[in-house]
Design a protein around this ligand. Structure first.
Ligand code: PEP
Length: 256
């Protein structure tokens, strides 16, 4: 398991059919020649996971799912079991993305159940947290993050997880957190994780997400406490995404 490296995760959301997935991944493998400068994981839609798994075998690029159900099996029409994701070769699963929270009513309690189910199945969850613009303007950022982390990680003892700080106002908007804003929050999250998981917190990465582009990736990853990037829109173009990944060749990450 690679947890001593920064992670760049590409969240495709509801984009790319099977053909587009194949084309993208074949190109990505050609563009990212080993050794990779950091860990790379791709999160395609569920329907593209089998094709992606086949292509990514032995590539060094990991696969993840954008969502998961909290039970391993049962009468849950339309849902996907964490066991099925592991069977497909997924290593990661995004949990609590702001789009799921805002559009699909995902609560901190639901995120908590999903994290437990994901870990039990052998997936490494990436818990997304972040404040809205109204909350930031009302100086509630820390309060919101504390609530999302406390409730989302309630009862979780395994540090086999990562966190993504994704300010909602930065997702898909073109407004990125400044490197200083990201550093301040990431350092707060790391302190919180240390108080919660002790030394095991060293193995939990805190990724930044929100309008990451080749132009801002380097400045973000140079910040203390930024252990990787969760990339949405800019992960859909293979050249753009590989430039972001290659930022790690020069952009000294402090994660060790
Ligand atoms: C995301 O969806 O997790 C995300 C960060 O999106 P974008 O990079 O497009 O802001």
């Amino acid at each position: 398991m690679t947890i001593n490296q920064p992670l760049v995760a590409g969240n495709w959301k509801m984009h790319k059919n099977i053909r587009e997935t194949r084309e993208f991944l074949h190109s990505l493998i050609k563009l990212l020649r080993p050794p990779l400068p950091c860990e790379v994981a791709i999160f395609p839609p569920f329907t593209s996971l089998p094709a992606a798994a086949e292509i990514l075998t032995d590539s060094g690029i990991a696969l993840g799912a954008q969502n998961v159900h909290w039970e391993p099996t049962g009468a849950f029409t339309g849902e996907i079991s964490p066991l099925f994701l592991v069977e497909l070769g997924c290593r990661y699963c995004i949990i609590g993305h702001s789009e799921r929270r805002l559009l699909f009513g995902e609560t901190d309690e639901i995120c908590n159940r999903k994290i437990k189910a994901a870990q039990s199945a052998g997936l490494r969850p990436i818990l997304c947290c972040g404040e809205t613009l109204e909350e930031r303007n009302a100086h509630q950022t820390i309060e919101i993050l504390r609530r999302q982390l406390e409730k989302g990680l309630k009862g979780i003892t395994s540090a086999d997880l990562d966190i993504a700080y994704e300010p909602v106002w930065a997702i898909g908007t073109g407004h990125t957190a400044t490197p200083d804003q990201a550093a301040e929050i990431h350092n707060w999250i790391h302190l919180w994780l240390r108080s919660r998981f002790d030394d095991a917190a060293d193995h939990i990465r805190v990724l930044y997400g929100g309008s990451v582009k080749p132009e801002n990736a380097m400045a973000l990853i140079r910040q203390t406490g930024v252990d990787g990037l969760l990339v949405g829109g800019a992960s859909l173009d293979v050249n753009t995404f590989s430039i972001i990944v290659n930022s790690f060749k020069e952009g000294q990450s402090v994660f060790s």
